[in-house]
Design a binder for this molecule. Structure first.
Ligand code: MIG
Length: 934
């Protein structure tokens, strides 16, 4: 049977016409003149480079006939099996413009043979053929404004029988190991032949952007050019400064600088906890060596790494877990309702790479400047030329875990949080007046839904003046906090950086007295608008200003405030360029930091603010562990604050993004993080909220929050089914509190994330590397959201368990939870708040044996707040379980710390495929607890 096609000729275009080359190339603009009707070319043309922010694309609107290109020649070859690859980028330029169609369609004469693009029925990506068959890729809504999707397709033309077609979306965000498209549809039942390709769009006046259309006969033909070492990269290398300087600063950690730069020339590190000295020479066998260069007014550091290395981290990012192929702008931005790769609220110039064999490395680019991290071909980091050179620090590890521990050695680890901060937290913008906050608290208790914290957003303030209280809404904040405390709640109150520019207002006056404000280039204090109207902004680079700021918390905290929420600290400035202050604003530095511009200090503004906030809160209540939540942050900022992921949206897309976003923040050294459960903007449907609280109960930071003007979002607002699901989900969290607290302590000690990607379970199992719906809490608990179909799971025993009596058959929201074979997970009782947890709480040890009939686990306990643990007042219990015949014996093998006990009654639950077996006894005294199993 003969197949026509392939070597494809485009009218007026540059052509290569031999099998095996890129066929479609270069300029589209001439082709468009054939169809002047409604097609419009953007500035430039389709240029076949990976999607660019502006220009070089094709805009098309309501042109159902399409922009046509002839495929001029054909190949008939019975001896080969021709393969055609097609790739292109597509995005909608309209907001929520539904009922529309856009795609690339292959024709034979006037007969539509095969197409791919946006399907107006489902609004999903679809692939369709002449026999009427269609295939949709679910949950790829293309009407989302500005979201770019790359689509690839591989067609294998068999000489006999139906064609094989493999299609995939976003191969970089979601690629299979060999970077081939995922096979999601095969065996197309028709013989295919084409002589024309059309780019079409129709219906509802929507404008679409097409970019980088490529056809080829090899996968590499349709790869974005940037993915290969293209001319640009060559250029950086050509102008590089060879040699460079290198030194070992810690075991398996090397620091690199360009040749003519010394450590005396670079700025002090804000990422590192303490300066590091040289301790040795970098061995010749060192794998990751950077190349330094300059090119078009930028300084570059480049690592030429094989594309099979999986990259993660890079801070707070939108999209999939795997970061290969992404370009991240490191610029803290109030990116309201984020949906693209412009900066988010935090910057972490850090990437972690995992090799095929599971060994790993991490790279810190130790510059605070606004910068860019480009992972489209290797690792390329750049700053503007006016920024000075900075150290590049490389960590080598035998596993990703080891790299994270080393990162913690360098940047410090998260301070031990108060236990109550691990509880569930309820927020909205804003609860007022005070009676409403009490009502929320009362309802949690009346409905027996566990909760630890009620949050107070900006409306508690007097005219949005920070450190003040509205007479009308909160005449007696101390009474409000006292009431919360009496019910087992804590209160967290917001403080923004903008200080109302108003003589007579105490914070303005005391700040002016110490000359606290960020200056314009002219030297006058910069004034910008935020909630209170005109504001001035503290210059947190100055130790004197930080000291003044810290001092403001003393009286504030005396109102019985338990924790503080620092928002808007990118800093966000209404009406400013990119929502912030001018780049030439001046910061004075001090304490080793040089004076500098906003461009230098923008990304650390939030971190330095929370450093000062934390110090003030600590000084106000020296015997308590501070809790600060921040929106903006920078690598190392976990030393001062936990973090949430800003203004997300109540959509499925944001629910799903939240998992890889939290995972990558954890992999960037920020273990204590989570998104707004339910989504901040717009109204969550009951179904969305039900799914969100079910998975949200397992986030390290678990808080529901919603914007002003949206519908209420407390667990009881969505009807009885969701209310009951929320109760169950949170009961699960509270039962897991001993395990969670132990995991946080491990993170505090070692720098490991709390929420971990699946590949941590088996770093050399390549099938786990892209899994970003299912995740681990600690090393022993796997959480499988109900919407995660066909999740990639590690080999070995992972036993499904019941935590709080949940029945997944009746409750459609609860995540499936599995325990690793070989683990003993400590559980507590269901409580309504961590305030109810007594010093020695009732314990259940959940045991899942491994293949050898063994298991072990650990429990960390201390007072839950304060610093006595630093004097040894804690207890670490090590448990193990051994099966002999039908008997499992569980013992405490070791107690460490000064809170050791002589006896402790516990319940033991052994779970396996066949059943659940219980026992009870004293885990410390005697010979251990024996349980008979089937
Ligand atoms: O411009 O304080 O991300 O959580 O509720 C909005 C009001 C200011 C943004 C935060 C959000 C908070 C809101 N804030």
């Amino acid at each position: 049977m003969l197949r026509s096609l392939l070597c494809i000729l485009l009218v007026g275009l540059f052509i290569t016409c031999s099998f095996g080359n890129v066929i479609l190339k270069e300029d589209f603009s001439s082709a468009v003149s054939d169809n002047p009707s409604k097609a419009k070319v953007g500035s430039g043309s389709l240029d076949f480079r990976f999607h660019q922010e502006s220009g070089n694309h094709l805009w098309i609107k309501d042109n159902d006939a399409g922009v046509r290109f002839n495929l001029a020649t054909s190949i008939d070859d019975e001896n080969t099996t021709p393969v055609l690859y097609i790739s292109f980028c597509l995005r909608s330029l309209n907001k929520s413009c539904k009922d529309k169609f856009a795609g690339v369609v292959l024709y034979d004469g006037d007969k539509e043979m095969f197409g791919m693009g946006n399907d107006y029925g489902s609004e999903n990506f679809a692939f369709w053929g002449p026999d009427g068959s269609t295939f949709q890729i679910g949950d790829t809504k293309t009407y989302v404004d500005d979201e770019v999707h790359m689509i690839i397709c591989k067609i294998v033309f068999h000489n006999d029988g139906p064609e094989d077609i493999e299609v995939g979306i976003d191969p970089f965000g979601n690629r299979s190991k060999d970077r081939q498209p995922k096979t999601i549809w095969t065996s197309y039942q028709t013989e295919l032949s084409f002589d024309q390709i059309r780019i079409r769009s129709g219906h509802n006046d929507c404008t679409w952007e097409f970019d980088e259309l490529r056809l080829g006969t090899d996968w590499s033909d349709v790869m974005p050019a940037d993915d290969k070492l293209g001319p640009d990269y060559q250029c950086y290398i050509d102008s590089s400064m060879p040699g460079g300087k290198s030194e070992i600063i810690l075991d398996n950690v090397a620091r690199f600088l360009p040749k003519n730069v010394s450590m005396d020339d670079v700025q002090p590190s804000l990422a590192l906890k303490a300066p590091r000295q040289k301790i040795g020479n970098v061995p010749g066998s060192w794998k990751m060596k950077p190349v330094f260069g300059t090119h078009e007014n930028r300084k570059y550091v480049f690592f030429d790494i094989p594309s099979e290395i999986d990259l993660y981290g890079t801070g707070e990012v939108v999209g999939g877990l795997l970061r290969n192929g992404h370009k991240i702008r490191l610029f803290n931005m109030d990116n309201y309702a984020y949906h693209d790769e412009r900066g988010l609220y935090q910057s972490h110039p850090w990437v972690i790479g995992v090799r095929l064999d599971g060994t790993a490395f991490g790279v810190i680019f130790d510059s605070t400047w606004i910068s860019e991290l480009n992972l489209r071909a290797g690792i390329l980091f750049s700053v503007p030329d006016r920024a000075p050179w900075f150290p590049t620090i490389v960590i080598e590890g035998s596993s990703p875990q080891e790299v994270m521990v080393r990162l913690g050695d360098l940047t410090g680890t998260m301070p031990m949080p108060p236990r109550w901060a691990l509880g569930y937290q309820q927020c909205r913008y804003s609860y007022f007046p005070d009676a409403r906050a009490r009502e929320i608290a009362d309802t949690f208790r009346a409905k027996q839904i566990p909760c630890d914290v009620i949050w107070f957003d900006i409306d508690y303030m007097d005219g949005f003046r920070i450190f003040t209280f509205s007479e009308e809404h909160y005449p007696d904040p101390k009474a409000t906090n006292n009431y919360l405390h009496s019910q087992g709640f804590k209160g967290i109150w917001m403080i923004d950086p903008g200080v109302k520019n108003e003589p007579g207002y105490s914070v303005y006056d005391s700040g002016t007295a110490v000359d606290a404000w960020v200056k314009q280039a002219s030297g006058k204090p910069f004034v910008g608008k935020v909630w209170p109207g005109d504001c001035v902004f503290p210059d947190f680079t100055s130790p004197d200003v930080r000291k003044w700021w810290s001092g403001l918390y003393k009286d504030f905290m005396a109102n019985g405030i338990d924790g503080v929420w620092n928002d808007m600290n990118e800093p966000a400035v209404f009406g400013g360029d990119e929502m912030t202050m001018p780049m030439d604003n001046k910061f004075r530095g001090g304490g080793g930091l040089q004076p500098g511009t906003h461009e230098q200090y923008h990304n650390v503004f939030g971190m330095l603010m929370t450093k000062a906030s934390r110090a003030g809160i600590q000084a106000a209540n020296p015997d308590k562990r501070p809790f600060v939540l921040t929106r903006a942050n920078y690598l190392g900022g976990h030393r001062y604050a936990a973090t949430w992921t800003g203004d997300n949206n109540a959509t499925w897309q944001h629910l799903k993004w939240a998992v890889p976003m939290s995972l990558n923040l954890g992999l960037s050294g920020q273990p204590f993080n989570g998104p707004d459960i339910g989504g901040f903007l717009s109204n969550a449907t009951p179904d969305l909220w039900g799914h969100w609280i079910a998975v949200g109960a397992f986030y390290p930071f678990s808080r529901s929050h919603t914007c002003a003007g949206t519908a209420n979002q407390e667990p009881w607002e969505f009807g009885p089914e969701v209310e009951s699901a929320a109760r169950t989900a949170l009961q699960r969290r509270y039962r897991l509190m001993p395990y969670l607290y132990t995991t946080f302590q491990e993170s505090h000690k070692q720098g490991l994330p709390v929420m971990r990607p699946m590949f941590f379970a088996d770093p050399d199992d390549l099938s786990l590397r892209m899994e970003d719906r299912v995740f681990l809490v600690g090393s022993d608990l796997m959480v499988i959201p109900r919407w995660a179909d066909n999740a990639a799971c590690p080999a070995g025993i992972w036993q499904a368990v019941t935590i709080a009596g949940e029945d997944l058959g009746k409750d459609k929201y609860q995540c499936e939870v599995k325990v690793r074979g070989g683990a003993i997970v400590p559980l507590g009782p269901i409580v309504q708040s961590t305030a109810e947890i007594p010093e020695t709480q009732a314990l259940t040890l959940m045991v899942v044996l491994d293949e050898n009939g063994k298991a072990s686990g650990r429990l960390y306990e201390d007072a839950g707040d304060g610093y006595d643990y630093r004097q040894g007042e804690y207890c670490i219990f090590d448990f193990d379980a051994v099966k002999k015949g039908n008997k499992v014996v569980v013992k405490c093998t070791k107690q460490t710390g000064s809170l050791t006990l002589d006896s402790r009654m516990v319940t033991v639950t052994v779970v396996d495929d066949k059943g659940t077996y219980h026992g009870k006894g004293d885990i410390i005294n005697g010979k251990g607890i024996a349980i008979m199993i089937d």
